[in-house]
Structures are given as structure tokens and as C-alpha cells.
Ligand binder design. Structure first.
Ligand code: FAD
Length: 284
């Protein structure tokens, strides 16, 4: 499969990339690692007359850890996340999730920015970013602004990012306590049938705080406030886990596709969420 003809641009800095986006309007898209966009172009599901490559823009790269605040440049690859000892020491849940994305070839090219900006409900990082309560930083002709990950997703492939904005970075507080990213997929390299990100903190035998988000179980990632609330103040025993799973299932809306019918997805989701909670609690 060959994509339709396009013009290739490789700006060296962010202002030049933004100027190209404004100049070509609907005819232009930025490309990061290309591992979501190029397949879409090859399948002719996306036609992009002007492709603006972000690879040469240094300002979009780098992992910064400032005290407890972590900032990832949009062009940080999934491989760089896994390979960063500093990041893994403060936020190991990122490595656990990134290792479950596709295969090493995809992870060498695929970026955190492309993964969250794409708006594909199957992507793993958006749910994780909601679990972390991350902030997405955008730059456009009107200047810079920030959007919380939990407010970013409107529907499949539709986000709060305007067409003339570029996602520049993602930041979040280094998580505390126990964590788990659980993912059920049909085979190695596949997108999730269901996945869940869980973070829990404990005081003695009691859960003090909980954050639970899910991937590919609705047309957007789902952060479930009620699922987390069902665990806080409990000993995360069987009854509390069941209550949290029931609350999480009430917040999702999976659709039938080649990963299975709705009942199957809800069944898998329940198992995955319970496993993630149990593993996170064991690490808290
Ligand atoms: P690109 O493909 O370059 O861009 C994707 C979209 O985001 C485009 O619309 C582009 O315009 C936009 N975009 C990119 N960067 C920015 C930016 N900085 N600002 C604004 N818009 C931007 N992902 C998973 O999460 N889980 C999986 O299990 C998984 N399996 C995969 C299996 C295969 C075989 C393949 C090919 C891909 C898979 N992926 C999976 C997707 C992969 O992780 C992608 O690389 C990633 O989702 C997109 O990142 P990218 O850098 O390649 O973005």
C-alpha cells in the first residue's frame, strides 16, 4: 500500500512548524514517529498533502525531573521512556505500560506525544496519563496553554487540541505508592482488548488514595473517580475490590469489534481491573 502524494517539510524549530501548520491549514498534519499516521495514510484513511516532520525540533525532546515534577518532551520515544533509569526510578508505571506497546521496532519510533495526541482509544498512554493526572502542554498561534489529560479526550480521534496547535510536552507529579498497568491483548504487539492503570497509596492497612483509568473500553480513555473512591478507606480486601470493579464497569461503554463482543470485553475488563488493583496494593 502506498500513500497518496504529499509534500514533506522538516522545520528546525517550533515557530517554523507552527507557521507551516497555519499556512497549510486543513491540508497539513504534523508527523512524530509516524507509526499511527503512516499506516493511516497507506490505507488511504488519511490524506495529508503537507506532512510536517517534528524530528528536527530539539525543544520537543528530553526527559526532565525537577524535584517531584516530571516533564516529557512530546518527541520522547517509548524506547527512551523504558531506557531512562532516572524516569524508571520515579515513575516505573510508565515503563510497565510502554513495554506492553507493540514491539521494539514500534517503540523506537513511536513517541509519547503522538500516542496521546492521536486520540486513538486503543493507545495505552492516554489512560495512563489520566491515572497520573498529567497535564498536556500545547502551543499554537495564540500562544501556549495547558489541558489536563482527564479533560483532553472528546471522542475517538477528537481531542481538545486545535488543528493549528502542537503538543509540546506532558508533565505530572511523580506518583507515590503502588502501581500496576495490566493489559489483555489477543497476541504480542496487539492493542488492548482491555487495559487498566492503577495507583494506590496506603496508610498502615488502609488505602489512602486511589486512581484508576482504563484503555480501549470506550471511545475515549476512562478515568473512574467512583472506582477509586470505592477503595479509599478500605483494606482493599475482596469486597472493596469487587465494589471498585463494579464502579469501573459502570463508567465504560465498550463496542463490539474484532476483539470480541461487548459482554466478553466487560468480562475481560473486570479481570484486568481486579488484577491491577491487587498488584498495585501489593506494591503500595
Ligand atoms: P504519529 O503516527 O507520527 O502521529 C499520530 C497522530 O498524532 C497524527 O495525527 C499526528 O499528526 C499527531 N501528532 C503526533 N505528534 C504530535 C504533536 N507533538 N502534537 C500534535 N499532534 C501530534 N500504541 C499503543 O499505545 N499500544 C499498542 O499496543 C500499539 N500497538 C501498535 C502496533 C503496531 C503494529 C503499530 C504500527 C503501532 C502500534 N501502536 C500502539 C501505536 C504506536 O505506539 C504509535 O507510534 C503511537 O501511537 C503514535 O506515536 P507516533 O509518534 O508514531 O505518532
Amino acid at each position: 500500500m502506498i500513500p497518496a502524494a504529499f509534500e514533506y517539510h522538516r522545520p528546525g524549530d517550533l515557530p517554523s512548524a507552527l507557521a507551516l501548520l497555519s499556512e497549510h491549514g486543513d491540508d497539513a498534519r504534523v508527523i512524530a514517529g509516524g507509526h499511527s499516521l503512516i499506516p493511516m495514510m497507506k490505507l488511504r484513511m488519511a490524506e495529508v498533502p503537507h506532512l510536517i516532520d517534528l524530528q528536527a525540533i530539539k525543544a520537543l525532546r528530553g526527559i526532565t525531573i525537577d524535584g517531584t515534577r516530571v516533564t516529557l518532551g512530546a518527541m520522547v520515544t517509548q524506547h527512551e521512556i523504558i531506557a531512562s533509569d532516572a524516569l524508571m526510578s520515579v515513575a516505573p508505571i510508565l515503563g510497565e505500560a510502554a513495554l506492553q506497546i507493540a514491539d521494539p521496532q514500534v517503540r523506537y519510533m513511536g513517541t509519547i506525544g503522538g500516542n496521546v495526541a492521536n486520540g486513538d482509544p486503543g493507545n495505552d498512554m492516554p489512560g495512563l496519563m489520566q491515572c497520573l493526572d498529567a497535564t498536556f502542554h500545547l502551543e499554537g498561534p495564540e500562544g501556549t496553554r495547558s489541558v489536563m489529560a482527564r479533560d483532553f479526550y472528546d471522542s475517538a480521534y477528537m481531542t481538545a487540541r486545535a488543528d493549528d496547535e502542537i503538543l509540546t510536552a506532558i508533565s505530572f507529579d511523580a506518583p507515590k505508592g503502588g502501581f500496576a498497568y495490566e493489559k489483555q491483548k489477543r497476541k504480542i504487539g496487539d492493542y488492548a482488548t482491555a487495559a487498566a492503570a492503577v495507583m494506590l497509596t496506603r496508610e498502615g492497612d488502609t488505602c489512602a488514595a486511589a486512581s484508576i483509568a482504563m484503555t480501549n473500553l470506550s471511545d475515549v480513555p476512562v478515568w473512574s473517580a467512583t472506582a477509586g473512591a470505592a477503595l479509599v478507606g478500605t483494606d482493599v480486601g475482596a469486597e472493596a475490590v469487587s465494589a471498585a470493579v463494579a464502579a469501573a464497569l459502570a463508567d465504560i461503554d465498550p463496542t463490539e469489534d474484532n476483539r470480541g463482543p461487548v459482554d466478553f470485553k466487560r468480562h475481560v475488563a473486570a479481570i484486568i481491573i481486579a488484577r491491577a488493583i491487587t498488584r498495585a496494593w501489593g506494591r503500595a
